[in-house]
Design a protein around this ligand. Structure first.
Ligand SMILES: *[C@@H]1O[C@H](CO)[C@@H](O)[C@H](O)[C@H]1NC(C)=O
Ligand SMILES: *[C@@H]1O[C@H](CO)[C@@H](O)[C@H](O)[C@H]1NC(C)=O
Ligand SMILES: *[C@@H]1O[C@H](CO)[C@@H](O)[C@H](O)[C@H]1NC(C)=O
Ligand SMILES: *[C@@H]1O[C@H](CO)[C@@H](O)[C@H](O)[C@H]1NC(C)=O
Ligand SMILES: *[C@@H]1O[C@H](CO)[C@@H](O)[C@H](O)[C@H]1NC(C)=O
Ligand SMILES: *[C@@H]1O[C@H](CO)[C@@H](O)[C@H](O)[C@H]1NC(C)=O
Ligand SMILES: *[C@@H]1O[C@H](CO)[C@@H](O)[C@H](O)[C@H]1NC(C)=O
Length: 417
């Protein structure tokens, strides 16, 4: 490989600054949602607490068991327009407009009809009532950036249809969103922390991606909100990846230095790991970490030799067979591996990167928004500048992540029971 192409590849693994505005979306939306929230989907709680008499026994069927040793992250996307999608876009009132691709004008719908099929075993069929029973009296919280927020929304949509009106609510309490299923005394929550550790980007409304300053040794303020949560699901990646260097502090808050992103990511993960070891009770709490969600910013990567220079726009089908984009940093992956390996408590890695790599067809592309507004006609006509190849349409790929999370929750439930 020539020096030239080597440096090209290095640069390609960081995301153009122009994409920065995509990442603030999540939070701009949070503000807008917050303003709307009291008028629309908030249903009053009637203070009825979980009633033991209502408890349904969870019947674990043989097919609910993922076989010991089966790698559910290895497999293929299988066409299944009978069972998929698992919910209809228009039937879930909790989706933000950033992800409602069909409503926003996307006319193809194949992207909704693929089921993730592991090669060595089957995933259990998602059962919303079983999930809610497992969450009875408990909290499930997703912590991370706007990609993680989509996984939260997907989970809410996967369960909400089985809960009658008036018995469910969604509250916005920036930087959190809290979905409650009253009859189960259960909540599914989202906590905005794009770097997991603290940073100047943690304010729910006032921050910019271009000015980032990460406090690599600080997590206690966030941690207060995570303490005691029964199921925690963490994720952090894309906010780190704009530039090979990032401003950060470690120790003195006055001593701002430019850190190599890989060094900074490792330090942040170690801070998080130390917090987990001191605050998590492995007998009552369970922790998951989502591997990086891939991006599809450069279509020459999956169409090599065609001279194309587009992105995920207008991609209608998944990639068939082996593919790994340069946007998914193996260095970061190794750091995650190292940190989880050394942890004294068990954190389950849900390694969804490879399976999501195949899904160049499933991003919001031009059917999402920028800076809290749907793209204009003119912007849509310019996918090279405006396509969002980071976020995913819903229903879509994050549903598969949750089917896998569900399978793991079922497994740990069995082990506890
Ligand atoms: C929404 O309701 C909550 C409590 O019910 C209240 O604290 C909050 O100020 C309200 N927000 C708006 C925007 O009206
Ligand atoms: C499902 O897919 C099959 C095979 O591609 C097609 O023949 C059929 O019309 C589709 N059904 C629906 C309801 O879209
Ligand atoms: C946003 O944050 C910056 C720096 O933290 C501060 O100077 C500014 O006043 C804030 N703006 C608003 C509207 O709160
Ligand atoms: C770090 O901050 C300084 C001062 O604000 C700025 O000039 C520099 O570009 C920043 N570095 C990075 C990598 O953002
Ligand atoms: C950052 O650190 C990694 C690992 O130590 C190294 O491979 C990489 O070249 C460094 N990058 C920069 C920009 O210094
Ligand atoms: C996640 O899976 C990929 C292959 O699919 C592998 O290369 C990587 O090492 C795995 N990550 C970890 C942390 O185990
Ligand atoms: C972590 O999980 C493994 C397998 O599930 C188990 O054998 C091991 O004892 C657990 N370790 C801790 C520290 O709980």
């Amino acid at each position: 490989m020539s020096m030239h192409s080597f440096s090209d590849r290095r640069i390609q693994s960081f995301f153009p600054v122009a994409l920065a505005s995509l990442l603030v979306l999540g939070i701009v939306q949070l503000v807008l949602d917050n303003l709307k929230s009291n008028q629309s989907y908030i249903f009053r709680q009637f203070g009825k607490l979980s009633d033991e008499r209502n408890r349904l026994p969870i019947v674990i069927l043989p097919e609910d068991r993922i076989e010991e040793g089966c790698n559910v992250f290895e497999g293929t996307w299988t066409w299944d327009n009978v069972s998929y999608p698992l919910y209809a876009e228009e039937s879930c009132p909790y989706l933000v407009k950033q992800v409602t691709c069909q409503k926003n004008g996307r006319s193809d719908s194949f992207y909704k009809n693929w089921r993730w099929q592991p090669s060595e075993c089957n995933l259990p069929r998602f059962d919303a009532l079983k999930l809610l029973e497992m969450l009875r009296g408990k909290r499930l919280m997703f912590v991370g950036d706007s990609v993680q927020r989509a996984q939260f929304e997907s989970m809410v949509c996967l369960v909400q249809s089985v809960i009658p009106e008036g018995k469910k609510s969604l509250q916005r309490v920036p930087p959190m969103k809290i979905f409650k299923a009253e009859e189960f005394d259960a909540s599914i929550e989202y906590y905005w922390a794009p770097f997991i550790v603290e940073s100047i980007s943690d304010h729910a409304t006032n921050h910019t991606v271009l000015k980032r300053l990460v406090k690599l040794d600080s997590v206690l303020n966030h941690g207060k909100h995570w303490q005691g949560v029964d199921f925690l699901v963490f994720e952090s990646y894309v906010w780190w990846m704009h530039n090979p260097l990032i401003n950060a502090t470690y120790g003195s808050p006055e001593d701002v230095q430019e850190y190599n992103v890989t060094t900074a990511y490792r330090l942040a993960m170690e801070t998080w790991a130390t917090w987990l070891e001191s605050k998590i009770n492995p007998l009552t709490q369970k922790v998951f970490f989502m591997s990086m969600s891939p991006t599809h910013l450069w279509n020459w990567e999956w169409k090599p030799g065609t001279g194309s220079d587009g992105n995920c726009f207008n991609e209608l089908y998944p990639i068939q067979g082996p593919y790994w984009g340069t946007g998914s940093s193996l260095e970061i992956m190794n750091i995650v591996h190292d940190v989880l390996q050394k942890l004294k408590i068990n954190v389950t890695l849900l390694n969804i990167t490879q399976l999501s790599e195949y899904r160049k067809d499933a991003h919001t592309s031009v059917y999402g928004e920028r800076k809290g507004k749907l793209l204009t006609k003119e912007q849509r006509a310019n996918p090279k500048s405006f396509a969002d190849c980071i976020h995913w349409c819903l229903p879509g790929v994050p549903d598969a992540w949750n089917e896998i999370l569900y399978a793991y929750l079922l497994r740990s439930y069995q082990n506890f029971a």
